[in-house]
Design a protein. Structure first.
Length: 173
């Protein structure tokens, strides 16, 4: 019998933390495996700097700032993976956290093909978009992977747990 495989999309947000709790809870209840996925994007660091050509101060300072931002992204990804692995170890679950650089939408959509279920955090209704970059990625992934995406990994984990336990099944494509 094949073990159910869960892909957990992590971005370091509060919603992703709740999604991680839900994924680990489901894995424990169903004997599933969990693979967490964090994707960072260097292009975001360059876009943050807002310049494409050397100007008044030249390009050296911008390149240095870009390199520091990229290093910070790698460090944050490492800390995120470490924290997630601590969470899974505390529940005696074997799990891994993969870190990739690139387009989060493309990488997660490629990886989800290897799994039975995708769990990711989302903004509860009424909350403002927390990020110009990540919220649209979540929406695009949810729209593309409707057959594999858990319908409700909500802010209220207890409510989400009862929703999942009371549902008859999560349909897959």
């Amino acid at each position: 019998m094949n073990k159910t495989s869960i892909l957990l999309a992590l971005d370091g947000s509060e919603e992703a933390h709740h999604a991680a709790q839900l994924a680990l809870y489901l894995a424990q209840k169903a004997g599933s495996s969990v693979v967490a996925q964090h994707v960072y994007r260097y292009e975001t660091a360059w876009a943050l700097l807002g310049t494409h050509k050397a100007g008044l101060i030249g390009s050296g300072l911008y390149i240095s700032a870009y390199e520091k931002l990229c290093e910070s992204l790698r460090e944050l990804a490492g800390k995120l993976a470490e924290r997630y692995e601590d969470m899974s170890a505390a529940q005696s679950l074997e799990s891994e956290c993969l870190i990739d650089e690139g387009n989060p939408f493309e990488i997660i959509m490629q990886r989800v093909q290897e799994h039975d279920l995708l769990i990711m955090g989302h903004e509860p209704d009424g909350n403002k978009i927390s990020s110009l970059y990540e919220s649209p990625v979540r929406a695009r992934i949810a729209c593309r992977s409707l057959g594999k995406c858990l319908p409700q990994a909500t802010y209220d984990c207890a409510g989400a747990f009862s929703t999942v336990e009371n549902s008859k099944s999560v349909q897959r494509s």
